[in-house]
Design a protein around this ligand. Structure first.
Ligand SMILES: Nc1nc2c(ncn2[C@@H]2O[C@H](COP(=O)(O)OP(=O)(O)OP(=O)(O)O)[C@@H](O)[C@H]2O)c(=O)[nH]1
Ligand SMILES: [Mg+2]
Length: 441
């Protein structure tokens, strides 16, 4: 079998804070973008030159490495920071390499996004981000080219064909951006309408699953959803790029579960802007489940949870209730739920969605968002059998009894039981339905 060779990338990790090492996440992104890391990782402490982003020492070392590997492909040089268009051109010149071979954090994450874009919406959002970024970069490249041509021609010329080429490029880019933005607005409004109709129609509790990328959000939604249409999951980062909604049944309690796009610390600005409405959509739920991988080190868990909470605020905040969900507990636990509760003043539970161990979460959801309790009473008749099977399909049932020719049960639901039973038209006789405890008011 022929194994396809992955392109090779040299990683340059720029260390800003000695106490917090994000290089593993950076290497994870490189891998998720489809590259193999070259074994040598450059670590540069702080920013060295505003011209190149890198220090002269790093540039010399890199040039040497590129020389040694001349005939062995090094496909990309990847920086953990973002570089300006000027720095990109400066680095290409200093390293004497072709345009586009030096990749920064923006380009790296965009590549991961592009690789995982399976919906039209995420493809369009990636296109938009790329166009926004290309505008200043290509403008600079064209200006640079014009400068060299003018020099070669002896320094004469004013507003020549070069400038009009730039104008044409800028106009075309802006026009394409506007077209993509229009398409995106249409897609978003369509989905919004569908979601509202579904929610209004069913008066159902909506739960959004948020969290850092790869925290196990999609695995959690799959384990609580009733649907056989599973959301793809993978160890690579940013597998889910468009919100996905599924019907859920939590011990008989129906709800809507929305899986969302993962967060990462310091998402580059253009990507944040281009995916903003997608990220905002995740905050719409009545209840937010904030997922964080409990098998990671304690410092990472705390850092990622803080990053998720600050991302929520940066996107625009949300007043919805929240539960911290510590995922992947089957892989080992490096922090207790009490420590999280203490530090973040939020309810917290540990789960293992991969093994369908999510009961603790369902119980906690029922504590945070208590369902209403209804009582139903009806005279025994053959019709009661159909009623019971409807009730068991739709709700959580407790304290069921058949006494003195009367069937009686208590129903737990976030929905309006009365109107649902009426609408289902299963009975000719009307049962007596009473709201025992109303927790939503
Ligand atoms: N052992 C174990 N692995 C899990 C569990 N939950 C998720 N995983 C694994 O963790 C990886 C990431 O899971 P996903 O559900 O794709 O994570 P996500 O948060 O949706 O990730 P993105 O969509 O990329 O943001 C996958 O390889 C899952 O199989 C769990 O409870 N236990
Ligand atoms: Mg996912």
């Amino acid at each position: 079998m022929k194994v396809e060779k992955r392109p090779v990338a040299v990683a340059i990790y720029i260390v800003h804070d000695e106490s917090s090492d994000n290089s593993a996440e950076f290497l994870g992104l490189i891998h998720s973008a489809g590259y193999t890391n070259h074994p040598k990782i450059f670590r540069q402490h702080g920013l060295a030159s505003s011209k190149w982003l890198l220090s002269e020492g790093t540039i010399q070392e890199l040039s040497l490495l590129l020389e040694v590997h001349e005939d062995q492909d090094i496909n990309a040089i990847v920086l953990s920071d973002e570089m300006s268009p000027k720095q990109a051109l400066g680095l290409e010149e200093a390293l004497n390499i072709e345009a586009g071979k030096v990749i920064d954090k923006f380009e790296l994450i965009l590549k991961v996004f592009e690789a995982h874009s399976i919906t039209e919406e995420s493809r369009l959002r990636c296109q938009l981000a790329r166009m926004r970024r290309e505008l200043p970069l290509q403008k600079l490249r064209l200006l640079h080219k014009m400068g060299s041509e003018r020099k070669a021609a002896g320094g004469i010329g004013g507003r020549g064909p070069g400038i009009s080429k730039i104008d044409v490029f800028v106009k075309a880019n802006r026009k394409q951006q506007a077209t993509v933005e229009k398409k995106l607005t249409r897609i978003r409004s369509r989905r919004e309408l569908q979601r509202r109709l579904r929610q209004k129609d069913e008066n159902i509790l909506s739960i959004s699953v948020l969290g850092y990328t790869s925290a196990g959000k999609s695995t959690l939604v799959n384990s609580m959803a009733q649907s056989s249409k599973l959301i793809p999951t993978d160890s690579s980062m940013f597998t889910t790029l468009s919100p996905q909604t599924r019907r859920g049944s939590l011990s008989g309690l129906r709800c809507l579960l929305t899986d969302t796009v993962g967060f990462i610390e310091d998402l580059p600005e253009i990507l944040r802007e281009s995916f903003l409405s997608t990220l905002e959509e995740g905050l719409i739920g009545d209840l937010l489940l904030l997922c964080v991988d409990i098998s990671e080190s304690k410092s990472f868990i705390l850092k990622k949870l803080k990053s998720v909470l600050s991302s929520i605020e940066n996107i625009g905040g949300s007043s919805s209730r929240r539960i911290v969900v510590l995922t992947k507990k089957d892989l080992g636990i490096s922090i207790t739920t009490s420590e999280i509760k203490e530090q973040f003043k939020l309810p917290a539970v540990a789960v293992s969605a991969a093994t369908n161990d999510v009961e603790a979460l369902i119980d906690e959801i029922k504590v945070v968002y208590r369902p209403n309790r209804w009582q139903i009473k009806i005279k025994e008749s053959p019709e009661v059998l159909s009623l019971r099977s409807f009730l068991f399909d739709e709700f959580a049932i407790e304290n069921e009894s058949f006494k003195d020719g009367i069937y009686q049960a208590e129903i737990l639901s976030w929905r309006n039981v009365m109107s649902l039973i009426k609408r289902a038209k299963i009975l000719h006789l009307s049962p007596q339905i009473k709201l025992l405890t109303n927790t939503s008011s």
